[in-house]
Design a protein around this ligand. Structure first.
Ligand SMILES: Cc1cc2nc3c(=O)[nH]c(=O)nc-3n(C[C@H](O)[C@H](O)[C@H](O)COP(=O)(O)O)c2cc1C
Length: 177
């Protein structure tokens, strides 16, 4: 068995929040904790919210965003865990509603049913997080076993700095397997 095959496989699902440009830090942290990583981005996130080429080089695998055709092989092995970071308002609500019209959402909708750990780090502004649909979505996903990180609104402090997103919290939440 190769060293690669012995490692558990983590799907990192990336949504279109501004903070997504820092996802390389999550991948570095996951690899340091012995995860093999494959990245699945929402179509909007893949369209300029992070450096997909750098992430592909870092993971050694293409960033996936579109569905494969039936004839194509599965590019990633099955997941041992899934981390969605950052998780947007849009994706959290669609995921909770069972909408699977993108590869990222299909992956998330399926994950809970696989019985594997699923962690979500939302990045949602306070005004959106106050929407009752969002509160209901988070409660529904929690009820499905999704492990949520602390709320993060992405807003700058008065001095212009932003609080640390705490990417590695996603890894803490999925461990132990
Ligand atoms: C620069 C920029 C930053 C954004 N940041 C956020 C964010 O932090 N959280 C969020 O929920 N939406 C954010 N959005 C809006 C989402 O990109 C938008 O709702 C999109 O439809 C989300 O798609 P996705 O959930 O499929 O990734 C941002 C949009 C832009 C243009």
């Amino acid at each position: 068995m190769t060293e690669q095959a012995e490692k558990p496989f983590l799907y990192v699902v990336v949504c279109a929040a501004g903070i997504a440009s820092g996802v390389g830090g999550l991948i570095t942290g996951a690899q340091a904790r012995n995860w093999e990583v494959g990245v699945i981005a929402t179509p909007v996130a893949a369209g300029g919210f992070f450096d997909t080429e750098a992430v592909a080089a870092q993971t050694g695998r293409p960033v996936r965003s579109a569905w494969r055709t039936p004839a194509d092989p599965r590019p990633f092995p099955p997941p041992d865990a899934v981390a969605v970071a950052p998780a947007t308002f849009n994706t959290v609500n669609k995921w909770a509603a069972g909408i699977a019209d993108t590869l990222a959402l299909g992956t998330l909708c399926e994950a809970a049913g696989l019985g594997i750990p699923v962690a979500a780090l939302p990045c949602v502004a306070g005004a959106l997080a106050a929407h009752p649909a969002y509160r209901d979505s988070v409660a529904r996903l929690r009820g499905m076993g999704v492990r949520f990180g602390e709320p993060y609104n992405g807003e700058a402090r008065p001095d212009g700095s932003r609080p640390d997103f705490g990417w590695e919290r996603a890894l803490d939440l999925i461990e132990p397997l």
